[in-house]
Ligand binder design. Sequence first.
Ligand code: PMP
Length: 407
Amino acid sequence: TADVVPQAPEDPLFGLMTAFRKDESANKVDLGIGAYRDDNAKPWILPVVQKADDLIRKDPNLNHEYLPITGLAEFREASQKLVLGGDSPAVKEKRAHTLQAVSGTGALHLGALFLAKFYKPNTKRTVYLSDPTWPNHFQIFNNVGLPYKSYPYFSKKTKALDFDGYIDTLQNADEGSIVVLHACAHNPTGVDPTQGQWKKIADVIRAKKHFPFFDTAYQGFASGDLTRDAWAIRYFVEQGFELCIAQSYAKNFGLYGERAGCFHFVAAPSSDAESTATRVASQLAILQRSEISNPPAYGARIASLILNTPELFAQWEEDLRTMSGRIIEMRKALRRKLEELGTPGTWNHITDQIGMFSFTGLTEQQVLKLREDSHIYMTKNGRISMAGLNTKNVGYVAKAFDKAVRD
Ligand code: PMP
C-alpha cells in the first residue's frame, strides 16, 4: 500500500473548524459548523438533556453492558413514533422496522449499504442527490458502490427552490432510481418545498417507481414543531411508498458527539408487508453486526428517557422552541441590519429560509475575504450556520458582509 495510497484532501468543514480555533482575533466569528450555540456563542446542553442525564446517572442499575444488535428497544419504538407519528398506518400494520444507528451518518450508511446489496442488485442503479446537498452524502453512497447524480434544487437567481428543474430531472431519471430527500431544513440552502410541491414530488416518484430515502436531521429544530417538520415523511408513508429514513438526534437533542439516531425501513402496504419488514429486519441485523456489532448506548438512553416520559417530552418541546426561536430572531436581525445598511442585493431569503443554515448568496471570493479581513468563518459556498450569530456579533457580521459585498 505504501505507494498506492494517495493523500486525500482534508474534510473542508473540519478543516474550517481547525482554522477558526487557530485564529487569535477577539472578533472572530464561527459561522461554519452546524452545531447550536447560545447567545454567548457557547455550546448549549439542553436543560431537559441535563435532567435526563442526572436521572440516568443516579440509576443504581446503570452499567456498561452491550446493547442488542438493533439497539435499545424503547428508544427504537419511541423514535419510530416520533418520525412516523403515533397513529401511523405503517406502525399499526407492523410494516416499519427500526434499528438504532450511529447518528444520522450511520443511519445513512446502513441504508446505503442495505440498498447496495438488496435494491435491484443486478441493474444499474443511480442515487439522486439534491444540488447542492450535505457533502457527506456523496461519499456515503459512493463508498458502498452506488453511483450518484444530482437533481437541481436551488436557483441562484431567485435564491429559492428550482422546482421545475427538480421535477424535470426526476421525470427523466431511469425508472427505479433512489432519491435522497431532506425531510426539512434542507442543508445547505435552508429552502424546503411547500406541501403542494412535496405532493408533486411524490407524484413523480410514484410514476417513475423511484425509491425515496429521507434524511431527517432537524425534526423540531427547524420550526420548533415536531409534527410540522415530519410532514413530508408522513405524507409519503400515507401515500403507501416503500421507503427508508435516516434519523439523527444530533441537533434536536444537542447530542452531537453521543451519536444517537435510527434507521427506519417502511414496507409498502400489502398482504405480506409484515413479512417483508421481518425479512428486511433480518438482513439489516447482519449488516449492523458486521459494521458496528451494536450501537452506542449513552445518547440513546438520554433520548429514550425524554421521548418516553411525558413531562420530559414537554420540556424538550420547550427547549426546541428556545433553539429554533433564537435562530429565527437572528435571521430577522441579520436581514434588518443588512437592509438598514443598504447592502446591495436583496436579503429576504435570510428570513424565508429555515433551520440551521442560510445560503447567503455570498461568492467564494467574498467568503475568503471575510475570513481574511474580518475573521468570519463560513463554508466556501456562502452557507452560514445561523447558530453562530448572537445579539453581540450580528451587527459586526452585517457590517462585514456589507463591506465584502461592496468591495
Ligand atoms: N444529514 C444532514 C442533512 C445533516 O445536516 C447532518 C448533520 N450535519 C446529518 C445528516 C447527520 O449528522 P449526524 O451524523 O451528526 O447525525
